[in-house]
Design a protein around this ligand. Structure first.
Ligand code: 2IT
Length: 441
C-alpha cells in the first residue's frame, strides 16, 4: 500500500478501493505463501493495460470540442475484459482504475467467466442534445473500436451511458470494424441482441441480494421504508423491485437535492424517472414539479436526511459520508446495501459496522448488472434470446450464489456476517487461483 501511494499520489479513489480489498484479504493472503511467491497482489493491483485517446467532436453551435477517452483493461485471469463505460465530467484515470479494480472482483463473484475492465470519458452529458451525444459516441468509438471485441473486451453502460449511447457506439463500431457480432457490447436494444431485463438488472439484482441478506438476519423487506439516491438507471430498477416486494421508496435524489415521497413512489413516478434521465437536465426537482402532491423537493439535501429503515446508495462513489451514516442511524436506519460502486466512504462503512447496521458492499450488491451482461453475451454467442422468466431466474440464482459466497467467506466467530470481507475474499480467491495456475505473465 505504501509503495502504491508513493507511485500514484493523488489517485485517491483507486488507493481507497485497493486499501479496502487488501485489508479484507490480509489474513487469508498470509496463509498462502504461494500467493506471496508469485507476487499476486503486486500484479493484481496494476491494470494489464490502459488506453488513453483524444476524442474530438463538433457541438450544435459548430464549435470544436475535445475530450479524453480511456479504456482500462484491468485483469483477464478468468475471462475476456468486461465492464462499463462512464461519461461524466469528473472522470479521471484514478476513477476508472478504481472501477476496473472493483469490476475484476465483482465479475469473479458472478460465477461467469469475465475479466475486469472499465472505460469512459470526461465528456459531460448534462445539457447535451441528442445529436451531440451521437457525435460524441461516434468520435469516442473511432478510437475504441481497435481495443475491443466479443472475445477480447466487451464494454457496456455505466453512469452517463445507457441504451441510447450503446446504440450509437455499436453503430459506429460496425461501420469501422466491419464486424457484425453484436456481442462486442452489452446493454443493447431488444431488437438487436440486447438481453431482456438488462436495463432493470442492476436494481433488481440489488434487491434480490438485499432480500437474501435480510432473510439471513431474520428480517423481511415488506413494509420497510427505503431511501435511494440518484434517479438514473440503477435507482429506476431498484425502485421497481423494492416497490414490488412491498417496500416504500420514500426518497430519490439528484445533484440539486432530494425528493421526499412520504407515501412511497408510484409506478407513474418510476416511469417519469426515464423521462428525467433522457432530458439530460440532471435535476431531481423535476419529479416534484411533475407530481407536486406526492413529492416534496428539498434543495441541497441528500436522501440520507430522510428517516428510513434501509438506505440504498444508487448514484456515485463516496456519496454517503460518515456524517450521513450518523444521521441515518440516528433516524433509525438499520440496513445499508451499497448499490453504487464504492458508494460509502470508509468512515461510513466503519460507522455502520460498529453500530450494528447490516452493511453490504457494491461489488456484491450491484453485480446483477454485469451478470446480466454476461447472460447477454451467452445469448449473443449462441444466437438465441431467452424470455424474461429465464433471465430473471438466472439473475436470481446468481445473486443468491453471491450472497452464499459472502456468508461462506465473511461469517465471523460471533455468527454475524462481514459482507465486505466476504465479498472481497471470495472474489480475490477466485482471481488469485486463476492467476497462479496461468503462470508468471
Ligand atoms: O459497474 C458495473 O458493473 C457496470 N457498470 C456494468 C458493467 C457491464 O459490463 O454490464
Amino acid at each position: 500500500m505504501n509503495r502504491l501511494q508513493a507511485k500514484y499520489p493523488g489517485e485517491s479513489e483507486y488507493l481507497q478501493a485497493v486499501r479496502e480489498v487488501l485489508e479484507s484479504i490480509e489474513d487469508v493472503y498470509n496463509m498462502h505463501p504461494e500467493f506471496e511467491q508469485a507476487k499476486i497482489v503486486e500484479r493484481m493491483v496494476e491494470p494489464d493495460r490502459i488506453f488513453s485517446f483524444r476524442v474530438t467532436w463538433v457541438d450544435d453551435k459548430g464549435e470544436v470540442q475535445t475530450n479524453t477517452g480511456y479504456r482500462i483493461q484491468f485483469n483477464s485471469a478468468i475471462g475476456p475484459y468486461k465492464g462499463g463505460l462512464r461519461f461524466h465530467r469528473a472522470v479521471t484515470p484514478s476513477m476508472l482504475k478504481f472501477l476496473g479494480f472493483e469490476q475484476t472482483f465483482k465479475n469473479a463473484l458472478t460465477t461467469l467467466p469475465m475479466g475486469g475492465a472499465k472505460g469512459g470519458s470526461d465528456f459531460d452529458p448534462k445539457g447535451k442534445s441528442n445529436g451531440e451525444i451521437m457525435r460524441f459516441c461516434q468520435a469516442f468509438m473511432q478510437e475504441l473500436w481497435q481495443c475491443i471485441g466479443p472475445d477480447q473486451d466487451v464494454p457496456a453502460g455505466d453512469v452517463g451511458v445507457g441504451g441510447r449511447e450503446i446504440g450509437y457506439l455499436y453503430g459506429q463500431y460496425k461501420k469501422l470494424a466491419r464486424q457484425y457480432n453484436t456481442g462486442v457490447l452489452t446493454g443493447k436494444g431488444g431488437t438487436w441482441g440486447g438481453s431482456i431485463l438488462r436495463p432493470e438488472a442492476t436494481g433488481f439484482g440489488a434487491l434480490y441480494f438485499t432480500q437474501h441478506l435480510l432473510h439471513h438476519a431474520g428480517k423481511d423487506i415488506a413494509g420497510k421504508k427505503v431511501a435511494l439516491s440518484g434517479f438514473g438507471n440503477v435507482a429506476w430498477g431498484a425502485s421497481i423491485k423494492a416497490t414490488q416486494l412491498g417496500a416504500k421508496v420514500v426518497a430519490i435524489s439528484g445533484p440539486d437535492g432530494v425528493c421526499h415521497i412520504p407515501e412511497g413512489i408510484t409506478r407513474e413516478m418510476i416511469d417519469y424517472m426515464l423521462v428525467m434521465r433522457a432530458s439530460n437536465r440532471d435535476r431531481v426537482e423535476d419529479m416534484a414539479t411533475r407530481f407536486p402532491d406526492k413529492a416534496q423537493f428539498i434543495a441541497g439535501k441528500k436522501s440520507w436526511s430522510i428517516p428510513v429503515d434501509i438506505a440504498l446508495p444508487c448514484a456515485f462513489q463516496n456519496e454517503l459520508s460518515e456524517e450521513d451514516a450518523k444521521e441515518l442511524v440516528a433516524n433509525g436506519c438499520w440496513c445499508c446495501c451499497e448499490v453504487s460502486n464504492m458508494g460509502c466512504q470508509p468512515g461510513a462503512i466503519h460507522y455502520f459496522q460498529n453500530n450494528g447496521v447490516l452493511f453490504a458492499p457494491g461489488k456484491a450488491v450491484n453485480a446483477g448488472g454485469v451478470a446480466t451482461s454476461g447472460l447477454e453475451m451467452t445469448q449473443n454467442a449462441s444466437h438465441i434470446s431467452w424470455t424474461a422468466e429465464e433471465v430473471d431466474s438466472k439473475l436470481h440464482q446468481i445473486m443468491q450464489s453471491i450472497h452464499e459466497q459472502c456468508v461462506k467467506f465473511g461469517t465471523q466467530p460471533d455468527g454475524s456476517v462481514d459482507y465486505v470481507k466476504g465479498a472481497n475474499i471470495a472474489g480475490f480467491m477466485k482471481v488469485a487461483q486463476a492467476m497462479l495456475e496461468q503462470g508468471i505473465i
